[in-house]
Ligand binder design. Sequence first.
Ligand code: AMP
Ligand code: MN
Ligand code: MN
Ligand code: MN
Length: 280
Amino acid sequence: MNPAAHSHAIDLHCHTHYSDGSLCVDQLLSHVVENGVKTLAITDHDSIGAHLEIAERALQTPCEIIPGVEISCQFGNREIHVVGLQIDINNQDLNRFLSNQQRYRRQRLSAFAEKLEALGIDGVSEAVAGLSPESVTRTHLSQILVSLGAAPDSNRVFKRLIGRKGKAYVAAEWPDLQEVVEVISKAGGHAIIAHPGRYQLARRQLKELISQFVAAGGQGIELAYPNADPALIRWLSEQAIAAGLHGSQGADFHNPEWRWVKPGHFAPMPSNVQPIWELW
Ligand code: AMP
Ligand code: MN
Ligand code: MN
Ligand code: MN
């Protein structure tokens, strides 16, 4: 564990088995509470299935749950993730939008499967067609490829085959950043730029991203998450304050076997930034 990782009661980014998290809702809730989290946003990729389940079961949760989602979108030719927090999970436009994303995700994985089979890896299409999560991702595809023996581990699957520079990469065609911010805002939510350090964008591009995001109505940016570069976070904090963005934080937890990511554990957000939860 990174020595700079403090424990926080608020974690606003994590996944369940509705997308590429390994845990179901009940397992996730036990796990985050064991890690000291008292307020949790569940933010599956292009799915609010966990929140619909919590509502349907009228679940008495052991911590406060913030309705959230993580939506993939296009910023020029780059893929960006936008977290929506405090969304109305019954909003019809949001639900329709997410169904389209889920359909597109299945089509994209099928396109990956065809390319992988053309490279001589058999059985991928069948395995992809059998995936059960509501929102399928390249994480699931990498698990399939490891089980088929195409590479020894997930890291190497991404590097060799399905990452941006991999042999079987299929470029995504997500909706534009503007459309995604709008769908979140119209569902009563706050849009947040997720893990800004993970896109390999130069500072000039990050400035442009923030500027377009604010113009579209975005309200926050993640400034505390595991393995964030402290110098980049200091610079982003200044940009966020100048642009009027609030700060958000979250571990982006997926799987307890990934020992380096624990719910609620990351370096603290810079103290001069206004946290997004002050808007709630
Ligand atoms: P997708 O949204 O289908 O493009 O899948 C993206 C997901 O794949 C991300 O949310 C990560 O959880 C995972 N991912 C992306 N890049 C890597 C990588 N290099 N190694 C492991 N997992 C990755
Ligand atoms: Mn993921
Ligand atoms: Mn993400
Ligand atoms: Mn995430």
